[in-house]
Design a protein around this ligand. Structure first.
Ligand SMILES: Nc1ncnc2c1ncn2[C@@H]1O[C@H](COP(=O)(O)OP(=O)(O)OP(=O)(O)O)[C@@H](O)[C@H]1O
Ligand SMILES: [Mg+2]
Length: 199
């Protein structure tokens, strides 16, 4: 069975484990490797794709499917179970719609500098927690997609030279910064992303 989740990661319930496309998986590290390979190809898709509909439910779900669809058969579909993080499952579509509308407004009206908009978007997306798993990785890549495609800017240095997937100081800082943002204090998350002089 899969053990050893880093802090701030959601646990899979048995229904979702059913969706694992590889039956022979027994350890967390085997799963990590399969997911990592899938994520690489998904990121490649994101970079090469000519799609311009980034701020739609369709793109958000398609990106999740490209990142995780070779490993999980529920990739790209919203969760139906409640989690310790995230909105009630029945609210996912409407909350996501509001976030995408807000993000479109921010981009059109240049409400925030690109990096700040991408960080705010990232936090709101993981707060909604649309998918059964992979929300952190998907929302980080989604934020980078906005920077690259919408703002023609460079992506965020999420890991900062560390492995954000395992428990370390960088991950602790990331999760604590998300929790502060949950309370309305974005300063730690901005600092985490290297935004200086905005506090
Ligand atoms: N208290 C919190 N408030 C907001 N978001 C949180 C909180 N704790 C965790 N998260 C987010 O949820 C993610 C974990 O959710 P999930 O397991 O679905 O994603 P994941 O891609 O598998 O995670 P990861 O790759 O970060 O381990 C974290 O990466 C983080 O983005
Ligand atoms: Mg997870």
């Amino acid at each position: 069975m899969i053990i050893d989740h880093p802090e701030g990661a959601t646990l899979l319930d048995p229904d979702e484990m059913e969706g694992l496309k590889f039956r022979h998986i027994t350890t967390r590290s085997e799963l990590d490797h399969l997911e990592q390979a899938n994520i690489q190809s998904g990121m490649e898709w994101m970079r090469k794709s000519k799609r311009t509909d980034l701020l739609t439910e369709s793109y958000v779900c398609d990106l999740h499917k490209k990142l995780f669809g070779e490993v999980w058969n529920w990739a790209g579909t919203f969760r139906r179970a409640g989690k310790n993080i995230g909105v009630d499952p029945v609210q996912i579509a409407v909350e996501l719609r509001m976030l995408l509308d807000d993000m479109r407004y921010w981009a059109t009206h240049e409400t925030y500098p690109p990096l700040e908009a991408a960080i705010r978007f990232h936090h709101r997306l993981v707060f909604i927690h649309p998918f059964p798993n992979g929300n952190g990785r998907h929302a980080r890549i989604m934020a980078d997609a906005l920077l690259l495609k919408l703002y023609r800017d460079k992506p965020i240095d999420w890991a900062g030279g560390h492995d954000l997937g395992s428990m370390n100081e960088r991950r602790k800082e990331y999760i604590q910064a998300l929790r502060a943002a949950d309370r309305g204090d974005y300063a730690p998350l901005f600092a985490f992303a290297g935004i200086v002089g905005s506090l």
